[in-house]
Design a protein around this ligand. Structure first.
Ligand SMILES: C[S@@+](CC[C@H](N)C(=O)[O-])C[C@H]1O[C@@H](n2cnc3c(N)ncnc32)[C@H](O)[C@@H]1O
Length: 208
């Protein structure tokens, strides 16, 4: 899994720059509205990649403490290069199990899809719940359990796509950490480049 990202990162590293085309997914607008209107002062972006969420936060002029962590060293290098002023906000991690700083909201955007096994997915989810004081936001490309297959994704990443996990398997690590957690499922119109095919789904998990 991390090898895949390291490989594509090398290709992108030399000429990566942010542009609106990478950032026009509805989920970013939803996230920005959520941050603006909720009682959150700090965010942990798990699997932050090149830092797209920080770009949106800066663009929206929101004052919130942002931290991005990723298992791909190359993605973190790209982010630190792109956001020189915020380079201390990005951290390379070997595993989420080594991270301990708690925040108000943990975001997992298009990350669960890339876990190779059910166990890895559940560990990531469980630890994400533990790192949050208030909310966990999970953004999926497709609804878990969906009949649809992302052929491109399944070819590149094996079968580890999020629709392989059932809702129950996803909910287990959330409820086992916080039995009273409230899970709201929000379906967004997908506005990215595969407009016709995909639909983003958000799980907003309120932990208190
Ligand atoms: C599709 S990218 C999404 C990047 C970013 N969240 C966004 O929305 O633009 C997936 C990222 O998740 C990272 N990732 C995958 N599994 C991870 C894990 N277990 N812990 C932390 N990062 C992970 C990958 O290295 C990659 O940068």
């Amino acid at each position: 899994m991390s090898n895949y990202w390291d490989k594509i990162d090398k290709e992108f590293l030399s000429n990566w720059q942010f542009s609106e085309k990478h950032l026009n997914d509805e989920s970013f607008n939803w996230l920005i509205d959520f941050i603006k209107t909720s009682d959150v002062e700090s965010i942990l972006d798990v699997g932050c990649g090149a830092g797209a969420l920080l770009y949106k936060i800066i663009q929206a002029n929101i004052h919130v403490k942002y931290t991005g962590i990723d298992i791909s060293k190359n993605q973190i290098d790209i982010a630190q290069k792109a956001f020189n002023e915020f380079k201390d906000s990005f951290h390379h991690i070997d595993s989420i199990e080594n991270w301990s700083e708690k925040v108000d909201v943990v975001v997992l955007r298009h990350v669960l899809a890339h876990q190779d096994t059910l166990e890895q997915m559940q560990t990531l989810l469980s630890k994400s719940v533990q790192l949050s004081n208030k909310y966990l936001v999970i953004i999926f490309h497709l609804n878990p359990g969906s009949e649809k297959i992302l052929y491109r994704a399944s070819k590149q990443w094996g079968n580890a796509i999020e629709q392989n996990w059932t809702h129950k398997e996803l909910e287990e690590p959330i409820y086992s950490n916080v039995p009273s957690a409230k899970i709201d499922k929000i379906e967004l119109p997908y506005s990215g480049k595969n407009k016709k095919k995909d639909k983003e789904i958000i799980w907003l998990i309120t932990l208190q």
